[in-house]
Ligand binder design. Sequence first.
Ligand code: CP
Length: 306
Amino acid sequence: MNKNIRHFLRVSDLSYNEIQKLFARSTVLKKQVEKQVFEQVLQNRTLILLFEKHSTRTRLSFEVGMQQLGGNSIVLQMRDTQIDRGETIEDAARVISRMCDIVMLRTFEHSKIEAFAKNSTVPLINGLTNEHHPCQVLSDIFTFQEQRGDILGKTISWIGDINNMCASWIEASNIFGFKLHVSSPPQYKHLLEELNISQSNVEYFADPIEACVQSSLITTDVWTSMGFEQEKQERLKTFERWTVDRRKIDAANKDVVFMHCLPAHRGEEVSADVIDGPQSVVWQEAENRLHFQKALLEHLIKINEA
Ligand code: CP
């Protein structure tokens, strides 16, 4: 057991003050990229990225980020490793963490990332589990604050599936003090309670348009997350009224922004005119994964060596 290592497995693993420092550093790092200046603060450091699910943004943002910081990255697909042939996650963690300075893991059950963390001698970052997607949600809040200022006291609307993104938004609402309106088909409402996260800032709405009233940010995700493909046809029907379309944008504040962690399915969880329209900041949101995660990599390596 390596109890003293600080990992980043969920939003609540970082304090409000730490996140504010990370956002400030992300802004500096972003400006440096614009000027093509790269601080080589992670020279000779290695990040290992272990994927059990598909990825475009997560893989690229971590690999490019590590390169820009002067370090190296190695990508492992879990199906190519001995884990796929029965090596335990605990043994894999003991070995992989001896070969590098930091690890990112994308997997299915959150219990698997916790098992890896317990046996890792280096910090571990959650690159998405079925239950949490903390890098994405903190990058999204960084993006919101760039666009619209402090998120404190604002209303954020989560429209669609009560999934890992929704869970990370709930954790963030407790840390940042914003109101979170969650709207999902009533038959999925029980998932909110099952998340087992304090919901003091969360309000559930059966009507997705009502959930968008007074909103400063409307955000959504695919209706069928990775690992739930067998439910796709049923979900297409159940979530029909939960498409983020013009009517929902019009119900919100005039200066509302739209976010989607991507990949998106136009005509399902979002209409083409919204994701490609003036309120959409999805491309800035995707780019900010790079800047925020560079700050995160630097922070986790530094605090664990202090
Ligand atoms: N949003 C996100 O995590 O994208 P990828 O699945 O492409 O990594």
